[in-house]
Design a protein around this ligand. Structure first.
Ligand SMILES: *Cc1c(COP(=O)(O)O)cnc(C)c1O
Length: 381
């Protein structure tokens, strides 16, 4: 009897599978069905130099103080829907112009989603230079918008003729500039961005995800342009696990976006923990300074490895090129030796043979450089 049961169970399973499959085809948008999910590799025990995280945790006494605060958070209650205390702390910490509004997101990814949901419509276009942060393209697609990527030049600058032509042709509802750009690490010329701001009818979002390492900003320009928004995140500076992004801009824009934002998108633990972290900002500034110094050393050392070209970076990662056709073997060998970085070799024509490494602790960087020099030696010389 048991065997018959098993057989029946498996027939029922496959019947359910085919029924569900039919419904999925009927109801899920065809453009969504055609996508593959954005996957993040499981790092296991690998040294994680793939996602621009800050490698440092907090000193023990700070952790103790933090836990004391967490202890008193009433998790049975909804969080403050407007996160007012946290916003005040962010405003003063980041020098947001006092006449501008702030909106918070569950990471800046959620802010991109909110902006794009608000402008979504037939024939609406989202534009960004390419290669750049992949979420602009992905979220545009999820929100039912058309995405246009304008290739940057060989030296990673904006191709201004192509940009101006694309802006004229597509009249994008939103243009995203990652500043500095991910994955290339450089700033586009400020003057070029201002020129695009001038000729654009739609919104221009400056994504300052790497501001902690870069110190150049468009925040002060918010008062000069009616179509400018500035976005930041706390992820790269050391709070990736808490998920907090922010958008600064004119209240007439932000009050519209705020209607789409789900009421309790920033949870109570994130609100209190981020506020606590901002009150101990000196630790983060010190970590950030160390990461910048280590980045500059890593840049010099990478360029000393025969066959490797590293590109200057104003962020906490470095893009580098291997000898022709070697990026996959470099990536896989590093992985087999316990180090995970990002393989961009097939991401974009401009990035052939390119990999991106996040700056880790000095020990992690040393390990990475050691393994890398060994591989290059074995495979190309
Ligand atoms: C990492 C990154 C983000 C996403 O940040 P979250 O706040 O963690 O969602 C946004 N923009 C750029 C350019 C990034 O590199």
């Amino acid at each position: 009897m048991a065997r018959l049961d098993t057989k029946l169970d498996s027939q029922l399973d496959s019947l359910l599978d085919s029924l569900v499959k039919r419904k999925v085809t009927q109801w899920i948008r065809s453009d969504i069905r055609a996508l593959s999910a954005y996957t993040v590799p499981d790092p296991g025990k690998l040294i994680k130099l793939d996602a621009m995280e800050n490698p440092y945790t907090w000193p023990d006494e700070l952790v103790t103080e933090w836990l004391e605060i967490l202890k008193h958070i009433p998790v049975n209650r909804y969080p403050d829907p407007n996160a007012n205390d946290l916003k005040a702390a962010l405003r003063s910490n980041m020098n947001v112009p006092s006449n501008m509004d702030l909106m918070l997101g569950n990471g800046s990814d959620e802010i991109i989603q909110i902006i794009l949901m608000a402008v979504s419509g037939t024939d609406r276009v989202v534009l960004s230079p390419q290669p750049s942060f992949v979420m602009y393209n992905l979220i545009a697609t999820y929100a039912g918008l058309k995405y246009v990527g304008v290739p940057i030049t060989n030296n990673f600058e904006l191709d201004m003729d192509a940009m101006k032509q694309a802006v004229k042709q597509h009249r994008p509802a939103v243009i995203f500039f990652a500043y500095p750009n991910n994955p290339t690490g450089n700033f586009f010329k400020r003057q070029d961005i201002l020129e695009i701001l001038e000729i654009s009818d739609g919104l221009v979002v400056i994504d300052e995800a790497y501001h902690a390492f870069a110190n150049c900003s468009f925040l002060e320009d918010l008062n000069e342009y009616d179509n400018l928004l500035v976005m930041r995140t706390l992820s790269k500076m050391g709070l990736a696990g808490l998920r907090l992004g922010l958008l600064a801009g004119h209240k007439k824009w932000l009050s519209e976006f705020n209607k789409i934002r789900l009421p309790y998108n920033i949870n109570a633990l994130t609100q209190k923990s981020t506020e606590f972290a901002l009150n101990h900002g000196a630790i983060f500034s010190e970590q950030t300074r160390n990461i910048c110094n280590d980045r500059d050393q890593m840049f010099d050392k990478l360029n000393k490895i025969e066959g490797i070209t590293a590109y200057p970076s104003s962020a906490n990662f470095i893009l580098f090129r291997t000898p022709k056709g070697q990026s996959n073997i470099v990536f896989e060998t590093l992985k087999s030796k316990g180090i995970l970085i990002k393989n961009l070799g097939s991401a974009d024509k401009l990035l052939s043979d390119c990999l991106r490494v996040t700056i880790g602790t000095p020990e992690e960087n040393k390990r990475f450089l050691g393994v890398l020099s060994g591989i290059i030696w074995t495979h190309t010389l």
